[in-house]
Design a protein around this ligand. Structure first.
Ligand code: NAD
Length: 368
């Protein structure tokens, strides 16, 4: 019997509500698949600030270090918005976690079921069968972290600010590998997004990607696209992509564009994989819904738990190597929302709605 050891960090507002349901789904799957769940729950974000004085309490970080993966809810909300930016829950919890575990690869499936076309702002004739793509963003390099990063006063009194975009070969190769592995489990097509007509880092990015795929993955169909064109193509015909991958800032923007064309945040999961291997020799990862804490609907029992449940499925796939079990959860979610017609308010579009728990019940029922 395998033991799945993970840290559960529910966070704030709807975070704990949807996390409760994801844990119920995991418990059901574990019983059926002869798996043992070994997890502890800890405060993070606003809950960390309120109960321990900081968004990422030392005890929470220590717990995460003991685990093979982190199942994360979402953090932040109006209660903590007046704090200085550096102390706010998202920045003070997620950035240190990314740093502590070197979470360099953010994987976001862009999945919109055909039955939920109304959720997308795109015209349905552009996406007659929904959307099924993956966006992979480099998360620890590039202009967000490069040095120098300064604001100075020039001799004439003007102010000047500098950010620095930096990439080295090894950083590009490791994200290229994540894109390749992801594509092999799907349509075997990868599009690398850069700005090689202008940026030095992109010239290197493209060269390294070309060499890396030629040497290691010659069977994958590799293409390249400038980021401005990629932004347009995502809105014009998203399904032309299978897996697209890019550097940190381009990925920040494109992954959010992808979320919006896929409709409800309540359906979108994500994984952030680290450089380190866990005790199973698989990637350590942090798994979380793409959306935030949704304070506007918190406490009402109406949040959509699907994104959190799909994030748990990603955890099983990447950090525990349980691909088939993950696929069963994904199929159960799809069936509940499509064939069975269960809809939380965010994906209802005039149809009758169910609450958070009833949606999870429907998913559990589909797992048999
Ligand atoms: P949000 O994603 O929380 O909400 C945007 C809209 O989407 C809201 O109308 C909300 O009700 C809806 N929504 C989101 N998730 C849903 C779900 N599971 N079910 C149904 N509807 C859902 O974004 P926001 O309002 O801009 O941010 C709220 C707080 O969340 C802020 O404090 C922000 O900093 C934080 N946040 C945290 C994370 C994170 O923890 N990674 C990410 C984004 C935002």
């Amino acid at each position: 019997m395998s033991t799945l050891k993970f840290a559960v960090l529910p966070g704030d507002y709807i975070g704990p509500e949807v996390m409760t349901e994801a844990l119920r789904v995991l418990a059901h799957v574990a019983a059926k698949e002869n798996l043992t769940l070994s997890y502890q729950v800890a405060d993070v974000g606003g809950a960390g600030i309120d109960n321990h004085g900081k968004a990422l309490p030392d005890s929470t970080l220590a717990l995460a270090r003991e685990a093979d993966a982190i199942l994360f809810g979402s953090v932040g909300g109006p209660k903590w918005e007046k704090l200085p930016p550096k102390e706010q829950p998202e920045r003070a919890a997620l950035l240190p976690l990314r740093k502590a575990f070197n979470l360099f690869a953010n994987i976001r499936p862009g999945l919109l079921y055909k039955d939920l076309l109304d959720a997308s702002p795109l015209k349905s004739e552009r996406i007659p069968n929904g959307i099924d793509i993956v966006c992979i963003r480099e998360l620890t390099g590039g202009i967000y972290f490069g040095q120098p990063k300064t604001t100075t006063t020039l001799e004439n009194g003007e102010q000047q600010a500098v950010d620095t975009m930096v990439y080295k070969t090894s950083e590009i190769e490791r994200i290229a590998e994540v894109a390749a592995v992801t594509a092999k489990a799907r349509g075997n097509r990868v599009c690398s997004v850069d700005k090689a007509n202008v940026l030095e880092t992109s010239v290197l990015w493209r060269k390294v990607v070309v060499d890396y795929f030629a040497k290691n993955h010659p069977d994958i169909a590799l293409s390249h696209m400038y980021v401005d064109n990629a932004a347009m193509q995502l809105a014009r015909d998203p399904n032309q992509f299978d897996v697209l991958f890019t550097e940190n800032m381009f990925g920040d923007i494109l992954s959010d564009e992808m979320a919006v064309i896929c409709g409800s945040l309540g359906m979108l999961s994500s994984a952030s994989l680290g450089t380190g291997k866990n005790s199973l020799e698989l990637p350590f990862g942090l798994y979380e819904p793409a959306g935030g804490t949704a304070p506007d609907i918190a406490g009402k029992g109406i949040a959509n738990p699907c994104a959190q449940i799909l994030s748990a499925a990603m955890m099983l796939r990447y950090s525990f190597g349980l691909d088939a079990v993950a696929a069963k959860i994904e199929a159960a979610v799809r069936k509940a929302v499509t064939e069975d017609g269960f809809r939380t308010g965010d994906i209802a579009f005039g149809k009758p709605t169910v609450g958070t728990k009833a949606m999870a019940d429907a998913i559990i029922a589909n797992l048999g």
